[in-house]
Design a binder for this molecule. Structure first.
Ligand SMILES: [Zn+2]
Length: 398
């Protein structure tokens, strides 16, 4: 007897090449069966998923959920299980000083599984322009917290922006990488200074980002691959620099990390047309964008379908790919017997939708919008939060 059976849904699990109708039986918070037909008589409760897409619990590799610890912090479950996502990873909201509070008061309280990248700045993103000099980096203290919290901390985060870039230069990236390697974890680097490029010249920050790319190894994360801000790696005229292609070939993770400033549809179109695909689709959800214009991972996935990716591709980029980036592929990112029962049940709707990339100011028409229908976290049903009216056709100003 199963505690719960999800019946009749179209199961899409790219890691296992599954795209067909299957039933899922759940027992003791785990997946207990995955077959073409489970009789209702074997279930204590049946969820009718006919007409719905059933996927491994979605994973958002880049959010900011140090709620009430930093100003940018959204509530983890609002970015997570209340929006169809069972696992989220915080992209460097906290450093060694405030991570313990984040862990104790936020991460352990959330229904959503929360991992994080530890910021090389001691107080993380408590205040932006967070690193102004070498005094703002304490490698020993950062390493100690990273090693002591390996169950949650999956990498070290550095924002390659000013004033760090011109005051500390590439050495800062090397120092952060050294800490990451000593802890046995990956490095996540943010590119994109919060200003526009100057027309007609190679921006000094673009040049800085190109120089740091060779420092990234397989499994390290390049955040904001499609940014149009100063420091972006795909150039305004669409040029894909060889450094970026080499990084992709080495297995550096190309992450979208949408955010308000850091996804440009125009840059993404250019990149996708030349084979610079996202490894992972993530939102960069924070208190400043979760109520618009970013809203959710499913909306961000819908935008990439509108840009030409397939449904299977966007699911792969939000399930097994981020699971691998986190070294968690044995526990999440696919649907297998004995894995925790983390499952997203998604409604695929058709219509005329106009998507926006927020600050970059581009629009993209699309005809598919993915919506959260029901989330199963560790075998428990979680009903999604009501959606905002302006969730799709949200326009500037924000
Ligand atoms: Zn971020």
């Amino acid at each position: 007897m199963y505690e719960l059976v999800i019946k009749g849904g179209r199961l899409i699990d790219p890691a296992q090449g599954i795209n067909e109708c299957r039933d899922i039986g759940i027992f003791d918070r785990k997946i207990a069966a995955l077959t073409h037909e489970i009789p209702p008589s074997e279930a204590r409760k049946v969820i009718d998923a006919q007409g719905k897409i059933v996927t491994p619990g979605l994973i958002d590799l880049h959010v900011h959920v140090a709620d009430a610890i930093i100003p940018l912090g959204a509530a983890p479950d609002e970015a997570g299980v209340l929006r169809g996502v069972t696992t989220i990873c915080d992209g460097g909201s906290t450093g060694w000083v405030n991570f313990p509070g984040f862990r104790k008061y936020v991460i352990t309280q959330a229904k959503t599984d929360v991992f994080c990248y530890l910021n090389i700045c001691p107080t993380g993103l408590s205040m932006m322009r967070e690193i102004r000099g070498w005094d703002d980096i304490d490698t020993e203290a950062t390493l100690k917290i990273a090693v002591e919290n390996r169950d949650i901390i999956k990498g070290i985060k550095l924002r390659a922006v000013n004033p760090l870039a011109h005051k500390l230069g590439l050495k800062a990236v090397k120092v952060a990488k050294k800490v990451a390697r000593e802890a046995g974890i990956s490095l996540m680097v943010h590119i994109g200074d919060q200003r526009n490029r100057k027309a007609g010249e190679v921006d000094v920050m673009d040049a800085f980002s190109l120089k740091l790319l060779p420092l990234l190894d397989k499994g390290d994360v390049l955040s904001h691959v499609y940014t149009a801000q100063a420091g972006g790696v795909i150039q305004p005229d669409g040029t894909v620099p060889p450094e970026l292609r080499k990084a992709q070939d080495r297995g550096v993770i190309m992450d979208t990390a949408h955010g308000r400033p850091n996804l440009s549809f125009e840059i993404a179109r250019q990149g996708l047309a030349q084979g610079i695909m996202p490894t992972t689709i993530s939102t960069d959800l924070a208190s400043t964008n979760i109520h618009g214009p970013i809203f959710s991972l499913l909306l961000t996935m819908s935008k990439f379908i509108a840009l030409g990716l397939s449904l299977e591709q966007v699911i792969e980029m939000t399930t097994v790919n981020p699971a691998r980036a986190l070294g968690e592929e044995k526990r999440r990112g696919m649907l297998k017997v004995n894995m925790p029962a983390d499952i997203s049940i998604i409604e695929l709707t058709h219509g005329d939708f106009m998507f926006t990339d927020a600050w970059a100011g581009n629009e993209q028409k699309g005809d598919i919008l993915l919506l959260d229908h029901l989330t199963i976290k560790g075998g428990m049903e979680i009903i999604p939060k009501p959606r905002a009216k302006n969730e799709v056709a949200s326009k500037r100003p924000f």
